[in-house]
Design a protein around this ligand. Structure first.
Ligand SMILES: CC(C)(COP(=O)(O)OP(=O)(O)OC[C@H]1O[C@@H](n2cnc3c(N)ncnc32)[C@H](O)[C@@H]1OP(=O)(O)O)[C@@H](O)C(=O)NCCC(=O)NCCS
Length: 155
């Protein structure tokens, strides 16, 4: 499996993977619609952030996006904004490969902490990878409360 930077013209391929991966958890379709803008990857986003894909046999099987913030050197923080594996390859080690690559990249960028708001179904993956829960974020839907675990990892 090759991990390489995403090309700007792959925005629609990555958006499709994000949508299909989110659907893997069986959410109602109107929830997917509600989240569509968060799941959409634009060419500008790829240009401006650290977006990397896992590729094998010429096929993109998953991707991640690391968004780095912080003014000064050694004060960088990053948000792991996307981490999606195509449903056909879920549970085959693609996520682990992407995650480890993201952590190596964050360390090379002098990032102190990487944080993310996880889908509750994926939280166990991140804790398995060494992340620690630091809180919860509200993400209401259908007029009901929904909370997402907020996780942190030091690369
Ligand atoms: C969550 C996701 C990125 C994990 O990637 P993956 O390729 O399926 O995971 P891997 O096969 O690399 O698993 C690595 C380890 O994490 C564990 N793991 C994977 N998914 C898990 C989950 N959802 N809950 C608990 N543990 C999990 C595996 O058992 C494995 O453990 P091991 O090292 O002891 O064998 C992927 O399943 C996915 O895209 N899911 C659907 C969309 C989603 O929710 N994405 C995350 C948004 S925050």
């Amino acid at each position: 499996m090759l991990i390489r930077r995403a090309a700007v013209d792959e925005a629609s391929v990555l958006t499709t993977i994000a949508l299909e991966a989110k659907r893997y958890w069986g959410y109602p379709e109107h929830w997917i619609k509600h989240w569509e803008s968060d799941l959409t990857v634009s060419p500008e986003f790829i240009r401006d952030n650290h977006v990397y894909v896992a590729e094998a046999d010429g096929e993109v099987r998953g991707f991640y996006a690391l968004c780095v913030s912080g003014e000064k050197e050694h004060e960088h923080k990053a948000e792991l904004e996307h981490m999606w594996v195509s449903p056909a390859y879920i549970g085959t080690g693609v996520g682990k490969g992407l995650f480890l690559d993201a952590m190596e990249r964050a360390a090379a960028l002098d990032v102190r902490d990487v944080e993310l708001s996880a889908d509750p179904n994926a939280a166990g993956f991140y804790t398995r990878m060494g992340a620690m829960q630091i809180g919860e974020v509200d993400s209401p839907i259908d007029g009901a409360e929904r909370k997402l675990p907020r996780l942190k990892i030091t690369p």
